[in-house]
Write a protein that binds this ligand. Sequence first.
Ligand code: GAR
Length: 203
Amino acid sequence: MCSERKVRLGVIGSGKGSNFVALAQACRGGNLVAEVAVVLSDVAESGILKHAGGFDLPARFIEPGKFRTKLDDAAEASYVAALREARVDVVVLAGFMRILKGTFLSAFPGRVINIHPALLPSFPGLASWKQALDHGVKVTGCTVHWVDQGIDTGRIIAQQAVPVLEGDTAETLHERIQQAERVLYPQTIGDLIRRGTLKPAST
Ligand code: GAR
């Protein structure tokens, strides 16, 4: 009898890595039937790379190239090569702060997902929790969505609402949104795998 292999996640991030930790813990604990195949970052000293080391997972800094908000062509090719080399089935963006272009996305069609700290389509882009606070909304949250070539415009997969409380600062609101993200992201990826929407590429 041949046992199906687990879905292999390629996680890419630029920041402290709290979403990555939640995903890695869910994989280790069996709540998420998947495995982290590789962790990549465009920031050499990022928390996400340090955390990956703590989980004893393969992790690499890859130079992003000459632009500030996207990868240049050579960098994009290096990211795609590293993900292919790790035999990644799904690309999971976890705080990756660069736009991915069509060439990257076409290497993993329908297989790139992102988490965003707002209820899209409200507040795309940077510091969404601050945008929410500045607008005076009473409810914000987080969104898991497919990645397309726009900025946080891909089709929505799942959302979790987070109330804005009296006296919230950008920091307290961001922290509560991130708590919600750490539940929503592993849960949503698990649901996509259970439904067969995400599966090992070879099966
Ligand atoms: C998360 O809040 C994620 O939603 C956000 O970056 C943070 C990364 O935190 N992503 C974006 O804003 C993308 N548009 P983490 O490094 O602790 O996971």
